[in-house]
Design a protein around this ligand. Sequence first.
Ligand SMILES: NC(=O)c1ccc[n+]([C@@H]2O[C@H](COP(=O)([O-])OP(=O)(O)OC[C@H]3O[C@@H](n4cnc5c(N)ncnc54)[C@H](O)[C@@H]3O)[C@@H](O)[C@H]2O)c1
Length: 445
Amino acid sequence: MKITVVGTGYVGLVTGACLAEMGNDVLCLDVDPNKIRILNEGGIPIHEPGLDLVVARNVQAGRLAFTTDIERAVAHGTVQFIAVGTPPDEDGSADLQYVVAAARNIGRLMTDYKVVVDKSTVPVGTADKVRAAIADELAKRDFKVDFAVVSNPEFLKEGAAVDDFMRPDRIIIGADDEQAILLMRALYAPFQRNHEKLLVMDVRSAELTKYAANAMLATRISFMNELALLAEKMGADIEHVRRGIGSDPRIGYDFLYAGCGYGGSCFPKDVKALIKTAATVGQGLKVLTAVEDANDAQKLVLVEKIVQRYGADLTGKRFAVWGLAFKPNTDDMREATSRVVLAELFKRGATVTAYDPVAMDETKRIFGDEPRLSYAANPPDALKGADALVIVTEWKEFRSPDFARIRADLKDPVIFDGRNLYEPSVVVAAGIDYLPIGRAQMTRA
Ligand SMILES: NC(=O)c1ccc[n+]([C@@H]2O[C@H](COP(=O)([O-])OP(=O)(O)OC[C@H]3O[C@@H](n4cnc5c(N)ncnc54)[C@H](O)[C@@H]3O)[C@@H](O)[C@H]2O)c1
């Protein structure tokens, strides 16, 4: 099948590469010439495990290409995926300008039947806007041609995106056009050979399903984070509580970890956007409003613990920070907790030596030449001369550190652990104070 993917970011590039892997002829379009240049030179503009191999293989086979040429992109695919960003607008609602611009380009240039597929996360009613934008462009040039608009939200997780796309839990298709549904079934058939995963529904339900999924996951995290705060105050251990409730199959173990707040390009913006969408029809979403408030507060928990130990003025203190990406296996820093932690530490006069396996370039881009921020080549190097260690992202390489070295290198041997990586008794036995989230705060004093 001939496919165009509009927007070659995390979702667009993975979608394009995985569809090419199944034998389709895919052209990926982006307005960012730098991104397309990197891809055309054989590079990958993002860190996503396994993606480089899939991209290289399919480029080599002539099934995957990249362009900034809109005309060529519209002409190429019968199916046109829209996978552009939908960042939060100033008021928190989803900014649809990129989606609408992509739709207008299609309407302006199409000459034959197209199935336009919304893969971006978009509020309920966006398919109508996409349809209207295309129809408007066709009317402007007095051109008549059939087209269909389908909602096909994406559920991949950064860090496991290729695997998620290749072996999806479900494929949501929101459509009312039989021809388009048949096309989508054919396109996704190779991804569900084991059992049927395609759920066909009306467009609005499909659009809402994506927000509902992210909102539910964010709710579980904020719920556990609040319980962790309570556990700490009441002398309980959130890790025991997690296992105790996760054993109930109605609850389950996944996504129940307490920590220093969720970030990323999806949960924060999608929770906000859903609250905004609901408000437009006079529906309050009290639970989600609380989920968001709790998360904003949770991002400050590590700094609160630091202030409790050293006082509000951190002038002269230096912190080793392990982990900058919003979660492991990605270089994505959007809404990452580390950004809040670093900004708060700087505001209070502290300096930071940070280490992250893949997100340091992105951090440099965000913080520029911030003089209070330096980088280490590996985790132990970040410790040298630092007062204390702060862990923000749960990368695997932080899981079994040399505690003796941590104790020797830190001026004040203490770990502020935002991801509960260690067995407290092990850390304390090594002579280090341990301040995790929702568990006993183990200090020598
Ligand atoms: N990142 C994720 O994990 C994830 C998962 C599921 C869904 N989503 C959703 O998918 C959408 C895309 O997310 P992303 O993380 O891939 O974003 P991204 O920012 O990584 O990529 C978007 C790309 O679209 C390009 N673009 C913008 N306007 C364009 C236009 N008119 N024509 C061509 N290209 C254009 C941008 O230059 C950028 O490269 C969002 O709605 C997001 O919510 C993201």
